[in-house]
Design a protein. Structure first.
Length: 384
């Protein structure tokens, strides 16, 4: 047993949602009590207020609150007219919901490799796919809180008659070349899953856009395809956000920037502390202001490192161990091992360290010391 395994200090969780809500408990309950007294639970004042506040903070004109980040993607794709016969480019290195939404809209995901440094979608790979096989559009995933290069993607896509939408599920309030994610492309799709930087007390999502017609179409589709009650223009679905969810999100939205500052400080301490050991720390482009939803390093012998850290009380995550093109659900696309080498390399080495705004200095130092101790014993990898 390693020395780490006998550490008597309290374990360091990967994320701590109890501490995240400790100071908000009473305020959220008061907001929920307000809703209970009003007796309005769907499509009411809280949802409308959240939409205004989130749009303002994201620096866009319109926000449509929906039931999940996946629904945000599906509804946006449908509102853009995506369906059978279309192809939509998605990165191999992302959560499956990005590709899944394309499939649920009836289209085919065209999976391309990621950039080897940022691990976001590769602009040259997307351009090659557009030029050689074509696609209706591109989904740019802001991975781990680091923005994709949407400006470059917009130019590439426009030259091939395609659009770009943002999957901003992990990047609330991040900036790309000075502008907030959420308003960089035709639309952006957010998730408010509880562990996100802005996490709901359950599921939730939103679509932001500068296009009033697109926003109206998303809202109509999320409300059973109706703008006027009982007049259904299209086959829609029920993807509305609840008033209870919106009320809790409004409480947490007021603390989002503070939480992101804390994440940046933790990331900076990690980066300083992990110099000189065989660990590849996250790359940050000079034009990016990430919000550190995850702090994902790369290490050799990832699974062994993770097991040893767990024995020492340090919880970690893996985002993501199997690239989209290697998932059984997408075996029919016929993309074999080696089709997306940068994504495959990352999948074999990526390790997400604990990251939540309430982390103490002692917890951060314990994580750094543990990673240095474990990886320092391993040789033969230069960290790039």
């Amino acid at each position: 047993m390693s020395a780490l395994a006998v550490d008597s200090a309290a374990p360091v969780p990967f994320v701590d949602l109890r501490s995240a809500h400790a100071d908000l408990h009473d305020e959220i309950l008061r907001a929920w009590s307000r809703i209970l007294r009003a007796g309005a639970f769907v499509s009411g004042a809280e949802v409308a207020a959240f939409e205004r506040e989130f749009a303002a903070l994201t620096e866009v004109e319109r926000c449509v609150a929906v039931s999940s980040g996946t629904d945000a993607l599906v509804l946006t794709l449908r509102a853009l007219g995506v369906g059978p016969g279309h192809r939509v480019i998605v990165p191999a290195n992302t959560f499956i919901a990005t590709a899944e939404a394309v499939s649920l809209a009836g289209a085919e995901p065209a999976i391309v490799d990621c950039d080897p440094l940022t691990r976001t979608i590769s602009v040259p790979a997307a351009e090659h796919e557009l030029r050689t096989r074509g696609a209706a559009g591109v989904i740019a995933v802001h991975l781990y809180g680091h923005p994709a290069d949407v400006a470059a993607l917009n130019g590439v896509a426009a030259s091939h008659g395609a659009w770009v939408i943002e999957d901003a599920a992990q990047a609330h309030l991040a900036r790309c070349r000075g502008a907030r994610v959420g308003g960089l492309a035709r639309a952006a799709c957010f998730s408010f899953y509880p562990s996100k930087n802005l996490g709901a007390t359950g599921e939730g999502g939103a679509v932001t856009t500068r296009d009033p017609r697109l926003a109206d179409e998303v809202r109509m589709l999320a409300h059973h395809g109706q703008r006027v009650t009982h007049h259904h223009e299209r086959v829609g679905t029920n993807a509305r956000m609840s008033e209870l969810t919106a009320a809790a999100l409004r409480v947490k939205l007021a603390r989002l920037e503070e939480g992101n500052r804390a994440r940046r400080a933790i990331a900076a301490r990690y980066t300083r502390g992990l110099q000189g050991v065989p660990v590849r720390v996250p790359h940050v482009e000079p034009w990016a202001e990430p919000v550190w939803h995850l702090y994902a390093v790369e290490v050799a012998d990832r699974d062994a490192v993770r097991e040893e850290l767990a024995a020492g009380g340090i919880a970690t995550g893996v985002h993501y161990p199997v690239p989209i093109h290697r998932q059984p659900a997408y075996a029919h696309l016929g993309l074999r091992r080696g089709a997306c080498p940068a994504a495959e390399r990352s999948a074999a080495r990526v390790l997400s360290l604990p990251m939540f705004p309430q982390m103490t200095e002692e917890q951060v130092q314990r994580v750094v010391a543990a990673v240095r101790a474990v990886t320092g014993r391993r040789q033969g990898w230069n960290g790039r």
